[in-house]
Write a protein that binds this ligand. Structure first.
Ligand code: ZN
Ligand code: FE
Length: 252
């Protein structure tokens, strides 16, 4: 199994660095410079690149990295990705740094969005965030809801490595949805302490997300009631609640 650490990029992106000895793979290198600096500082050899989706903050550094490291680039086959060598659509099993990695199709934020699952660790890009989920730029609420179901079916102790530090903002919204959720209040305190100490709130665990993330809680009575309180006409159907909560979050 590889080790995981983060390379901060832009304002709030995390580029995940997977290492095994001096061998390295990066997930979603939106910017090459901080990756190159880290590889050089630690004497690492880049062996591959995993891409979750086509947005520039996730693939913007690929061309520059490939000019230096002619490595394999695993990416959604139906999205435009610079230098993609292994187009994927979900369902594949890869071997990354000697570790099996399952590719999951999780459309919603974009249509080709992928997540990479390596025993107990999920790299999910902009699909699931700490206490939130990605915006629906390309997919439908039904697609995103099904993608979140697919993630929710993983073991509760799965570490969720998302691509942005959005947790505090998301928790503020989650509290508006569920003011009486004690696990949520406890998480807010914990994340505030981490952030005040300059530490990331990511990774979280899937169990923690299931207890506090409103987008994974669309069948909970309190979440349904909160949605209905905002708009009495919203149906109790899971995808209708998801769609409503997502729109509520967009305007929060
Ligand atoms: Zn994105
Ligand atoms: Fe992003």
């Amino acid at each position: 199994m590889f080790d995981v650490s983060f390379i901060p990029a832009f304002k709030d992106n995390y580029i995940w660095l997977l290492t095994r000895g001096q061998r390295a793979v990066v997930v979603d290198p939106g910017d090459a410079a901080p990756v190159q600096a880290r590889l050089q500082a630690e004497g690492l050899t880049l062996e591959g690149i995993l891409i979750t989706h086509h947005h520039a903050d996730h693939q913007g550094g690929v061309a520059e990295l490939k000019a230096c490291w002619p490595v394999a680039v695993y990416a959604p086959g139906n999205e435009s990705i610079t230098g993609c060598t292994h187009p994927l659509s979900g369902g594949e099993r890869l071997e990354i740094l000697g570790t099996p990695v399952d590719v999951l199709a999780v459309p919603g934020h974009t249509l080709g969005h992928l997540a990479y699952y390596a025993t107990g660790r999920l790299f999910c890009g902009d699909t699931l965030f700490g206490a939130g989920c990605g915006r629906l730029f390309e997919g439908t609420p039904e697609q995103m809801s099904a993608s979140l179901d697919c993630i929710a079916a993983l073991p509760d102790d799965t570490l969720i490595y998302c691509a942005h530090e959005y947790t505090e903002m998301n928790l503020r919204f989650a509290l508006a949805v569920e003011p009486d959720n004690l696990a949520l209040r406890e998480r807010i305190a914990r994340v505030a302490a981490l952030r005040a100490a300059g530490r990331p709130s990511v990774p979280s665990t899937l169990g923690e997300e299931k207890a506090t993330n409103p987008f994974l809680r669309c069948t909970e009575a309190d979440v349904i009631a909160a949605a209905r309180q905002q708009n009495a006409t919203v149906s109790g159907k899971k995808t209708a609640i998801f769609k409503f909560i997502r729109e509520w979050r967009n305007n929060f």
